[in-house]
Design a protein around this ligand. Sequence first.
Ligand code: AMP
Ligand code: P6P
Length: 335
Amino acid sequence: MSNPITLGEFVIEKQGQFPYATGELSQLLSSIRLAAKVVNREINKAGLGDVLGAVGAQNVQGEQQMKLDVYADEMFIKALRARGEVCGVGSEENEDFIVFDEEIHSNSKYVVLIDPLDGSSNIDVNVSVGTIFSIYRRVTPPGTPAKLEDFLQAGNKQVAAGYVVYGSSTMLVYTTGHGVNGFTLDPSLGVFFLSHPNMQIPKTGNIYSINEGNYVHFPDGVKNYIKYCQELDVPTNRPYTSRYIGSLVSDFHRNMLKGGIYIYPKGTKSPNGKLRLLYECNPLAFIAEQAGGKASNGFKRIMDIQPEELHQRVPFFIGSVEMVDKAEEFMTKFS
Ligand code: AMP
Ligand code: P6P
């Protein structure tokens, strides 16, 4: 790309398409951009100093909190609190949502849901991790403290959503409902440049991503879909391959680029699946749909599910539309 524009320039350019925009959403996206750079810097030197290793605490999920989990959570919340666009944040790392009630938040109209550092189990072994975020307009009156109902909105109400993948390169990918665009960080400049304009997920693919270690706990529909993927379909000679990084953002990002399906179904160990609706499934579902893909719980569109609690888990099928359709066929047939 001869003259790539920066993420900041891109956001301002898009704001220009909304003549009545006050610039609040642009500022909010700028806060996320800044926090992503700060977190990226720490992740890239995680092997040094005393950043590695568990902090000894556990998060609301009962999972061992890694120091970088806590650090990322603090950085994103600090960046979002520092300006006046957001009145509250719901985060994987905090049991209750956090209310921003300083004077500068008295007219804030957005709330943010975030998984500050997804894939934490990979942190100490130098495997890619990610941040996932989701932005809504508040539904309670401005000037009052944010309430749970501001966060328990269906995914189809999202204003924007995105993820950061801290991988061999660091990318920020987001949508505001008008397509999906990806930006790659140039670490020597500390600037995100547009590298993947108008991302489209291939309609089909031959990659399936699922933790087959849980096979015995899977619903029959999932077991039969895996069998379908594994049986070489001679007429089309379409061998599937299994790719599972164990880091949702990385598995999803690869499937976005190459085509594929990621599945985290329910099982006896996880009766509703493992992934959280509000800050993992809904934002990635928004991105997938905006890129021509699909996301469901095996039967119903993820973004039409009415949330009932902040850390609600749902079964998750996301990726190329024809692959999700086929998986849903098996779920219905064997349900
Ligand atoms: P604002 O007044 O800045 O909060 O913007 C009002 C609405 O305009 C937002 O909720 C978006 O729907 C749209 N909008 C404003 N700025 C942008 C932007 N930078 N990119 C995409 N949509 C935007
Ligand atoms: P399992 C990481 O903890 C995560 O939330 C996702 O990033 C990842 O896809 C999944 O859980 C891995 O879970 O049970 O396969 O180890």
